[in-house]
Design a protein around this ligand. Structure first.
Ligand code: AKB
Length: 318
C-alpha cells in the first residue's frame, strides 16, 4: 500500500528535516506537513507539498486531516522538552500526554502506523551510566515522566488494540537547519553558532558533563529505518539509539582544532541538574540486532560538518 504520511510538529528541529527526507522517498504530495501556525520561519515544508495547521491537542483537527488525505502513517513530533518543561510542568504534562493519546486513539480508529520520539530523559539518577535497553526508569524531570508514561501508553495501545506504534529514545540531537527549543542538550548546538559568531561561548553545563548526542542525518536515518522495518522484527516499542557520547570539553576541544582562538567558559545553571540525572551513554545493541541500526557520524565528522554548514548559513568563514 502507498504511504500517505502526516507529520505533526513539522516546523521543529527534527520535523523540518524529516519532512524533506520523507518527501524525497515517498513523493511530495504523499507527505503532509503540519504546524501550530500557518506562519512559520521555515517555509520550505509548505512550498514543496501539502501543509495543514494542526494543534495537537485538538483531536478533531487531526482527524479532519487524516480523513482528507487518507493518512496511513503519522509522525507525532510535537512536544515540550526538558528545560521548558521544568518551568511549567503542568503544561508539559498536558501537551505531551494529551496530544499522544489523541494520536493513539486515531491510530486505533484509522489503522495508522505511528512514530513517536521518546528520549534519554526516560532515565534518571538510578539508571546505570551506560543505559541498557531494559533498565530502571525513574526520571526526575516532568519531560522524562511524560516520556516514561508515553512509552507505557504506546505499549498499552499496541498490546490491547494492536496499534503499530514505534519509538526511539533519542539522545540530544545536533543540527544546523532549525534550532532546538527548550532542551537541556541545546548547548551542543548553541556552541557552534556562538563560536562562528563571537569565537566564544559560555556553556550552561560544566566541562565534564557527558551526554549521549546524535547528528541529524543519523537521527533521520534511524527514524526511516525503524519505520520501514518489518513489524515482526521489532521486540521493543521504544528502542535506545546511540550516536556519539562526548563531554562539553571534548566538543569544545574538537571545535578548537578548526578555530584555534575559540574560547569556551562554563557557568552551569538549572539545566546542569537535569544533565547530571541522565546517562553518559546508551547501549543500543537491541536496535543494532533487530533492525540493523548503525550511526554514520563520529565527533570529528559531525563537528566538521556543523562548522562548515553554520559558517555558510551565517555567511562567514570559520
Ligand atoms: C532535551 O534536552 O530535553 C532533549 C532530549 C534529550 O530529549 N533534547
Amino acid at each position: 500500500m502507498d504511504k500517505k504520511i502526516l507529520v505533526i510538529g513539522a516546523m521543529g528541529q527534527i520535523g523540518s528535516e524529516l519532512v524533506l527526507e520523507l518527501r524525497k522517498i515517498y513523493g511530495n504530495e504523499n507527505v503532509v506537513a503540519s504546524g501550530r501556525s500557518s506562519k512559520s520561519p521555515d517555509e520550505s515544508s509548505k512550498e514543496k507539498g501539502p501543509f495543514e495547521v494542526i494543534e495537537a491537542l485538538d483531536k478533531e483537527q487531526i482527524r479532519k486531516v487524516v480523513e482528507k488525505y487518507k493518512i496511513n502513517e503519522l509522525y507525532h513530533l510535537a512536544a515540550i522538552l526538558s528545560a521548558t518543561g521544568e518551568k511549567d510542568p503542568k503544561t508539559a504534562w498536558t501537551i505531551n500526554m494529551d496530544s499522544l493519546i489523541n494520536v493513539l486513539d486515531l491510530a486505533k480508529e484509522y489503522n495508522l502506523r505511528v512514530f513517536w520520539p521518546s528520549s534519554i530523559a526516560v532515565f534518571g539518577p538510578t539508571t546505570p551510566k551506560k543505559a541498557p535497553q531494559q533498565t530502571v526508569l525513574e526520571p526526575t524531570t516532568m519531560y522524562g515522566i511524560t516520556k516514561v508514561a508515553g512509552e507505557l501508553l504506546c505499549s498499552y495501545y499496541k498490546d490491547k488494540f494492536g496499534v503499530d506504534v514505534r519509538g526511539l529514545r533519542f539522545p540530544g540531537i545536533i543540527s544546523y537547519k532549525t534550532l532546538p527549543g527548550g532542551g537541556t542538550t541545546d548547548y551542543a548546538v548553541e556552541i557552534f553558532y556562538e563560536c562562528i559568531k563571537k569565537k566564544e561561548y559560555n556553556c550552561f553545563v560544566s566541562c565534564e558533563t557527558t551526554l549521549p548526542m546524535m547528528y541529524m542525518p543519523d537521527c533521520i536515518k534511524s527514524i526511516i529505518q525503524l519505520m520501514q522495518a518489518p513489524k515482526e522484527n521489532l521486540k521493543h516499542v521504544c528502542y535506545n539509539v546511540a550516536g556519539i557520547s562526548f563531554s562539553a570539553k571534548e566538543l569544545a576541544d574538537e571545535i578548537k582544532k578548526s578555530i584555534s582562538c575559540f574560547k569556551c567558559s562554563h557557568e552551569p545553571d538549572f539545566r546542569q541538574k537535569i544533565a547530571d540525572s541522565w546517562p553518559n551513554e546508551l547501549d543500543d545493541s537491541e536496535a543494532r540486532k533487530d533492525w540493523n541500526w548503525k550511526p554514520d557520524y563520529d565527533l570529528k565528522r559531525m563537528t566538521a560538518d556543523m562548522l562548515e554548514k553554520i559558517s555558510e548559513k551565517l555567511g562567514k568563514q570559520g
